[in-house]
Design a protein around this ligand. Structure first.
Ligand SMILES: NC(=O)C1=CN([C@@H]2O[C@H](COP(=O)(O)OP(=O)(O)OC[C@H]3O[C@@H](n4cnc5c(N)ncnc54)[C@H](O)[C@@H]3O)[C@@H](O)[C@H]2O)C=CC1
Ligand SMILES: O=C(O)C(=O)Cc1ccc(O)cc1
Length: 375
């Protein structure tokens, strides 16, 4: 029996080695694509090409009697690799005649990422860090773009100092909140102004498919090139007003991070044994622990600033707290039917999204358990 198994395993190893060779060939071709895209300024992420390619491979997989989802999973993972390797060939420079870009806070986590992306696109970038303000006048006088990437709690103060920029200079920030910094930018500078919020942390391997929220300040025609440049990096731009942004971020960031923090705090107070929880976890709980633990691996000041950035955030969190209390009261009545009918009301609010999220999470969980190690 062992011999039979070994023979089959040898054949599998042989096929897997061929897979390695095929992947090596594919990545080599992708490097060529990256080079051509960079020369012509074609965006890293091409949604139609991706969708068309996946549809063809799915059909071929089905014809070959293998699950269509299998080839889609494999190809998506391979494409992710390709996206990050496309960074290596640099990017087309949309506005080569630009003078200099100054990134204030350019040594920080997000600032550094933007400095790198601009340099990969052929721009001259200067960094203005906290001890560089003596040279600020000289640096800023020659700037075509000033991008503010300092901590949230000093963002507006720093913007207030940018009152002597060249008239045609583009003033941009990447602060996680948008209304206040945008108001300060419009007050400090008479030229073009744009508020950005990258919806990702510094650990992304590529900007392909990453969302960047854009809030118009003024002079859209003068920053159009930057939007184009970020699309070439593969980013998905979402244009909204600063208020729409901040309202959504109360949920996406303030409430989310607060509840994550509160959950971690609760585990700590309960002296929960993380090792044991991990060993016994269901896939969804493992993801939950990953999400919670991830927060505590990051900068507390960033999350404090995000949560504390508006009274509106605190009010939303208080209402959440209150609703938890109401939910507990319903539970304490011990009436299962009350819980079920309330649950159904909420389910109706989610509507078709509930099914969509079930499908999406199934994929995520399958991937998470592929990676599961012995704890
Ligand atoms: N870290 C993240 O995941 C994200 C951060 N952001 C935003 O990016 C901005 C920067 O955040 P991080 O990069 O995380 O912070 P960070 O603390 O890593 O970087 C901030 C940089 O600003 C510099 N700095 C401090 N005071 C300064 C001053 N007076 N003049 C010039 N530079 C000064 C610091 O030395 C540091 O290099 C924040 O507004 C944040 O909301 C946006 C999206 C994601
Ligand atoms: O990576 C994470 O966990 C984040 O939450 C990243 C992040 C942090 C701050 C932002 O304004 C936007 C994204």
């Amino acid at each position: 029996m062992n011999e039979e198994l070994n023979a089959l395993r040898d054949q599998i190893d042989h096929v897997d080695k061929q897979l390695v060779d095929l992947l090596a060939q594919r990545l080599k071709l992708v490097a060529g694509v990256g080079e051509v895209k960079s020369r012509y300024g074609i965006p890293v992420y091409a949604p139609e090409r991706e969708a068309a390619m996946l549809a063809s491979r799915r059909a071929e997989a089905e014809a070959a009697g293998i699950p269509a989802d299998l080839i889609e999973d494999v190809l998506r993972r391979v494409m992710r690799e390709s996206y990050s390797s496309e960074n290596d060939s640099g990017f087309k420079c949309v506005k080569p005649e630009l003078r200099r870009i100054v990134v204030v806070g350019g040594q920080g986590q997000l600032g550094r990422l933007f400095v790198q992306m601009f340099r990969l696109s052929g721009y001259q970038v200067d960094i203005l860090e906290k001890d560089d303000w003596e040279q600020a006048d000289t640096l800023l006088a020659g700037a075509s773009v000033v991008l503010v990437a300092v901590p949230i709690d000093i963002s507006c103060q720093i913007i207030d100092r940018l009152t002597h920029l060249p008239a045609d200079c583009l003033l941009v920030d990447i602060t996680s909140i948008k209304q206040k910094p945008l108001q300060h930018m419009l007050a400090a500078h008479k030229g073009p102004v744009l508020g950005l919020h990258p919806m990702f942390g510094p650990d992304v391997a590529s900007l392909a498919k990453q969302v960047i929220v854009c809030c118009d300040g003024r002079g859209a025609e003068q920053y159009q090139w930057l939007l184009e440049q970020m699309q070439i990096w593969g980013a998905r731009l979402q244009s909204v007003t600063a208020k729409e942004h901040d309202d959504a971020m109360s949920f996406i960031q303030a409430l989310r991070h607060f509840t994550t923090y509160a959950y971690g705090y609760h585990l700590f107070e309960e002296k929960a044994d993380i090792k044991c929880l991990l060993a016994l976890s269901s896939p969804i709980y493992r993801l939950e622990l990953a999400m919670v633990g991830r927060l505590f691996a990051q900068d507390p000041a960033l999350y404090a600033d995000i949560i504390l950035s508006s009274e509106q955030n605190l009010q939303l969190i208080r209402r959440y707290h209150q609703r938890m209390g109401e939910a507990i009261q319903r539970l304490e009545k011990g009436d299962k039917q009350v819980f079920i009918s309330h649950f159904k009301e909420v389910a109706a609010y989610f509507g078709d999204y509930a099914q969509q999220f079930l499908r999406e999470s199934k994929q995520l969980l399958a991937q998470a358990s592929d990676r599961r190690h012995h704890d």
